[in-house]
Design a protein around this ligand. Structure first.
Ligand code: ATP
Length: 365
């Protein structure tokens, strides 16, 4: 079937001292029909990976296989994949119908009646039949985006390659398109690789997420695996909104101590830390319990509230640890009233503790 395999892909740009390694030894195994989202910050090598699969970049080394077919040396038009670009890349002088038919007309021996049938069917699927005779300049961003998708769908490819397809849409339309893309995916069942820097898109849409940084794969797993069991500090900070808090700590007796706080923890946590001295404690804002009042409590962190950010259902509380300049934040129930300047105690439940090696960033628990 159309399982897509990327083996040890390397792609550099430039030469000599100016060499940039855009993708470093990347291997991915994408299941037939899977929706894989490649996510990471700007410049981490996501687009280069996708463009290599499409044949728009030639890798320095490594291989790309679709089913049993090796694609690595195939020219782009010979590859049974269809790419959708962030910019949509529609031909401005052609109608929507001509744009959607273009790929079929030029790279296959598809009959005209078959092309017409596929264009009409796809336009109906995307709810755009009334746009077929318009020019791209007469369309909104969201409509252009559908046409770009339509152009990929009519080709009936074995894999879709989507490069930040929602980046140019406003927040509301983006949220709506996330749902529509998921529906389309379950309807078509075609293997899809989707690139984005937006962790919300990755969390909400993907079967699995591949997280990249600096050209390297950091972790691959289901959204919830990556959220609950991040492989390292980078993944922990990238996945989840608002981001995980990180506090530098060391082992002191039965506790993890940082500047201005001391948390007693179980043997399990202490054992995970092993003999490492420099540790980073990670805790997600939504798992911190914030208690009002200034009673010192050995199991909590004394803090002062700097900023209160109500967002409706929840409120973000930004705090500084008393006797320290360390800052962290918590997300609490929006019905709770906490004021700026108030003293609070932040409790970190043991099961919410992540621990990282401060030198390597690797997760220890
Ligand atoms: P973004 O989210 O900003 O699109 P990305 O994760 O998709 O980023 P890539 O576009 O793959 O990242 O780029 C990875 C690295 O390779 C970057 O440092 C980029 O500057 C570099 N790069 C990409 N294309 C070229 C090119 N044609 N020539 C030189 N360097 C390039």
């Amino acid at each position: 079937m159309t399982r897509l395999k990327i083996n040890n892909l390397v792609k550099t740009f430039g030469d000599g001292e100016k060499t940039i390694t855009a993708v470093e030894n990347l291997s991915l195994d994408i299941q037939d029909g899977e929706f894989l989202i490649v996510v990471g910050p700007s410049g981490c090598g996501k687009s280069t990976t996708l463009r290599s699969i499409a044949g728009l970049e030639s890798p320095d080394s490594g291989s790309i296989l679709l089913g049993d077919d090796e694609l690595t040396e195939e020219p782009p038009q010979q590859r049974p994949v269809a790419m959708v670009f962030q910019s949509y890349a529609l031909y401005p002088h052609m109608t929507v119908r001509e744009n959607m038919a273009f790929g079929l007309r030029h790279s296959t021996d598809c009959e005209k009646t078959e092309i017409d049938r596929r264009v009409t069917e796809t336009a109906e699927m995307l709810d755009i039949p009334e746009l077929l005779d318009r020019q791209p300049t007469e369309l909104s961003g969201g409509q252009q985006q559908r046409v770009a998708l339509g152009r990929a769908i009519v080709r009936e490819p074995e894999a879709f390659l989507l490069d930040e397809p929602l980046a140019n849409l406003d927040a509301k339309l983006r949220a709506q398109m996330r749902i529509e893309l998921q529906k389309l995916h379950s309807e078509l069942g075609v293997t899809t690789i989707y690139v984005t820097h937006d962790q919300t898109e990755a969390m909400t849409m993907a079967d699995r997420i591949a997280i990249m940084n600096d050209g390297q794969l950091q972790q691959i797993g289901t959204p919830l695996e990556c959220y609950h069991k991040p492989a390292n500090r980078f993944v922990a900070g990238f996945i989840g909104e608002p981001s995980m808090n990180f506090l530098e700590v060391e082992k002191r007796g039965d506790s993890l101590a940082g500047h201005g706080f001391d948390l007693s923890v179980s043997k399990k946590v202490l054992d995970a830390a092993g003999t490492k001295q420099k540790l980073t404690l990670g805790v997600r804002p939504e798992l911190i319990n914030v208690e009002q009042g200034a009673v010192t409590d050995s199991d909590g962190i004394d803090a002062v509230v700097d900023v209160v950010e109500p967002i409706g259902k929840e409120t973000n509380i930004y705090m500084t640890i008393v006797d320290s300049d360390l800052e962290f934040m918590a997300t609490i129930d929006g019905r709770k009233n906490i004021d700026q300047g108030e003293r609070v105690i932040a409790h970190i439940p043991e099961e919410a503790i992540h621990l990282f090696d401060a030198d390597t960033g690797d997760a220890l628990i």
